[in-house]
Design a protein around this ligand. Structure first.
Ligand SMILES: Nc1ncnc2c1ncn2[C@@H]1O[C@H](COP(=O)(O)OP(=O)(O)OP(=O)(O)O)[C@@H](O)[C@H]1O
Length: 224
C-alpha cells in the first residue's frame, strides 16, 4: 500500500501546493490522480520516489516511511513512467529494458531473456524490436519500451505520470488496455497521473481529484 499521511508541500517563495493530503492506494489498486494544471498531481507522485520531499507529513510504502529508505533501493523498487519516456537514445530497446537488471548485476543471458519477455508482454515482438534504437520506434512503441523498462525489476509499484498524454487516441487506448491487463495479471499497485477524466474513469479503481491544494474528492469512478 502507498499511504500519504498529512502531506503538505510548499516550494520556497511560492504559495503552498498541497495541504494536508491523506490518501491511500491499497495493494493491487490503480489510483488515478486528476485535477487542473498546477494542482500538484506530479508533485504528489514524485514524493513517493523522493524526487520531491514533503514540507511536512510522511509517505509510507509497504508500511515503511520512504524518508527512512535508501533512496536508490527505493527508486529501484518502483517503476517510474513519464510522458516523454526518457529512453536512452544510444541504447537499443532491449538494452533500455534491461538497464536496471544490468546495473544490478544480472548476468547477460538472463537480462536478455527478461528483456524479450517484457517486450513480448508489451506487444513488441523481440525479433523485430530488440535491436532498434529509440529513434527507430514510433511514440507508442517508445512508450511500450518505457513501460517494459519500468517492469524490468518486477516492482510491486508503478508510478505513471501522464504516460500517454503525447500519444494519438488509438495508441493511447491500446496502451490503456495494456495497463489495465498488466494490473489484473501482475497485480501491480499503480499511482497514475492524468489530466484526462475519461482515462481516469477507464483505468482507476479509485479516482482522486486534487484542487486548490487539497483532495477535493476521492472514490470509485462511478462517483465521478
Ligand atoms: N521544483 C519546483 N519548484 C518550484 N515550484 C514547483 C516545482 N515543481 C512544481 N512546482 C509548482 O508546483 C505546482 C504544482 O505543480 P505540479 O507539476 O505538481 O502540477 P500538476 O497538477 O502535475 O500540473 P500539470 O497537469 O500541468 O502537469 C505548480 O504551481 C508548479 O509551478
Amino acid at each position: 500500500m502507498i499511504e500519504f499521511r498529512d502531506v503538505s508541500k510548499q516550494f520556497p517563495g511560492s504559495p503552498p501546493v498541497l495541504r494536508s493530503v491523506n490518501l491511500q492506494v491499497p495493494d493491487g489498486d490503480l489510483l488515478a490522480l486528476i485535477g487542473p494544471s498546477g494542482s500538484g498531481k506530479s508533485t504528489l507522485l514524485r514524493m513517493v520516489n523522493r524526487l520531491v520531499l514533503p514540507s511536512s507529513g510522511s509517505i509510507w510504502v509497504d508500511g515503511r516511511d520512504v524518508a527512512q529508505a535508501d533512496v536508490i533501493a527505493l527508486r529501484r523498487s518502483m517503476g517510474y513512467v513519464i510522458q516523454n519516456v526518457g529512453l536512452f537514445p544510444h541504447l537499443t530497446a532491449a538494452e533500455n529494458v534491461a538497464l536496471v537488471p544490468n546495473i544490478s548485476g544480472v548476468p547477460a543471458e538472463q537480462r536478455r531473456a527478461r528483456a524479450h519477455e517484457l517486450l513480448h508482454l508489451m506487444g513488441l515482438e523481440p525479433a523485430t524490436f530488440e535491436g532498434r534504437y529509440p529513434a527507430q520506434l514510433s511514440g507508442g512503441q517508445q512508450q511500450r519500451v518505457g513501460i517494459a523498462r519500468a517492469l524490468a525489476a518486477d516492482p510491486a509499484y508503478l508510478l505513471m505520470d501522464e504516460p500517454f498524454s503525447a500519444l494519438d487516441p488509438v495508441t493511447r487506448e491500446e496502451l490503456q488496455r495494456q495497463v489495465h491487463d498488466l494490473k489484473r495479471e501482475l497485480g501491480k499497485t499503480i499511482l497514475f497521473v492524468t489530466h484526462d477524466v475519461e482515462e481516469a474513469v477507464r483505468l482507476g479503481d479509485q479516482i482522486c481529484l486534487l484542487g486548490q491544494g487539497e483532495v477535493q474528492q476521492v472514490g470509485p469512478p462511478a462517483r465521478f
